[in-house]
Design a protein around this ligand. Structure first.
Ligand SMILES: Cc1ncc(COP(=O)(O)O)c(C=O)c1O
Length: 374
């Protein structure tokens, strides 16, 4: 969309149609091949996609599954996390991170975040550890790697598992190493709006541990390693062949797309330079941020969000209600001390970002943000 003129169409938060159109022929061909193969679930495309993704991430095993929520649930099941156990995780995330903990019967214990990058505050983890604590689930929020190297040290000291929620951070790196490969397990989501998105649901668990990988393969098909023989209770959580074929095509473009998102983020930062009503995202030198979201902070967030909507510009609040304040967890009754999480939930707003976004669109978005807030 060229939007030099003032009479423009809607600015979308992501443009999935533009994304598809850029590689339409390759995608169509891959889908048609699956349709004529007659093989639709956990077949050759799933196997090759898992192999390609493990090479891309530099990890030994990729176990694909039905979605990113199942990926976390399966991970916790494979680690034997159960009722009575506690898992430390940020309240500032998509609900699924903590929902998965509850699904295996364990209790999420919420930790606060840092205001500069919205990621888990490593200084606040150890105070929450007790005899019931079994694992930490850090989230690499918005595509920015958290201080996962430091979390590994804390986990080793206290003998805890780490499941890295990388749903928003595929290809993000800390010290040149992909997130998801620092802890025991990493989890991915291929929800369509993700940096690597399927045309439906999809997810994956990644690990360097052979034993965990074998367990995960069993758990994703009803706890079965041999057909109709069930050793444990599992899930039905499989990736289908069409999604795997589509993901294989897209994986070839992922680095290029992540670079374009980074370029777009840098351009937004440049356009906002000197405009004090908006705080732009930090880019830390030792890590590769893949900008799943471009999230700003402003004191007038609600006004900005409403007025952008009136001007046909989409923006999203990721997330308006912290998980510890959700009704679904009201029974937990923990003594919360999450001032940063609560503060930023009132100030954050994510602006349109996707690989195909043009400078014209970004200029238009920023011009409108400035007009509204000035
Ligand atoms: C941080 C985070 N964790 C988990 C999930 C769950 O993934 P899915 O929607 O594929 O179940 C998402 C997806 O939105 C997410 O952003």
């Amino acid at each position: 969309m060229n939007i030099k003129s003032e009479n423009m169409a809607k600015v979308q938060i992501v443009d999935l149609a533009a994304h598809y159109n850029a590689i339409k022929n390759e995608i169509d061909e891959a889908v048609m091949r699956v349709l004529s193969s007659g093989y639709f679930v956990l077949g050759p495309n799933v196997k090759s996609f898992e192999g390609e993704l493990s090479a891309y991430l530099g990890v030994k095993h990729v176990v694909s599954c039905a979605n990113g929520t199942d990926a976390i649930t399966l991970s916790l099941m494979s680690l034997g996390i159960k009722q009575g156990d506690e898992v430390i995780t940020p309240s500032h995330s998509f609900f699924a991170t903590s929902e998965s903990i509850a699904l295996v019967g364990a209790t999420p214990v919420f930790v606060d975040i840092k205001e500069d990058d919205f990621n888990i505050d490593i200084e606040k983890i150890e105070a929450l550890i007790n005899k019931k604590t079994k694992a930490i689930i850090p989230v690499h929020i918005y595509g920015q790697p958290c201080n996962i190297d430091k979390i590994v040290e804390i986990a080793k000291k206290h003998n805890l598992f780490i499941v890295e929620d990388c749903a928003q951070a595929i290809g993000a790196k800390l010290n040149n190493k992909c997130v998801g490969t620092f802890g025991d397990i990493g989890t991915l989501s291929f929800f369509p709006t993700k940096n690597l998105g399927a045309f439906g649901d999809g997810g994956a668990v990644i690990t360097n541990n052979d034993e965990l990988a074998a367990k995960l393969r069993q758990l994703r098909v009803h706890g079965s390693s041999v057909r109709y023989v069930h050793d444990v209770i599992g899930l039905n959580s499989r990736l289908d062949e069409i999604q795997a074929a589509i993901l294989s095509v897209q994986l070839k473009y992922l680095n290029q797309w992540n670079e374009k998102r980074l370029e777009a983020a840098l351009y937004y930062n440049e356009l906002f330079e000197g405009f004090e009503q908006v705080t732009t995202p930090v880019i830390k030198p030792d890590r590769k941020h893949i900008f799943h979201q471009y999230t700003i902070k402003t004191k007038n967030r609600n006004l900005l969000c409403e007025k952008l909507k009136e001007r046909n510009i989409e923006s999203i609040i990721y997330y308006p209600i912290p998980i510890h304040q959700q009704k679904a967890f009201s029974h937990l009754n923990q003594n919360y001390d999450l001032p940063v999480t609560e503060k930023i939930s009132k100030e954050i707003l994510s602006l349109p970002i996707y690989p195909e976004i043009t400078k014209d669109i970004q200029q238009y978005v920023v011009k409108n943000v400035k007009e509204i807030l000035s």
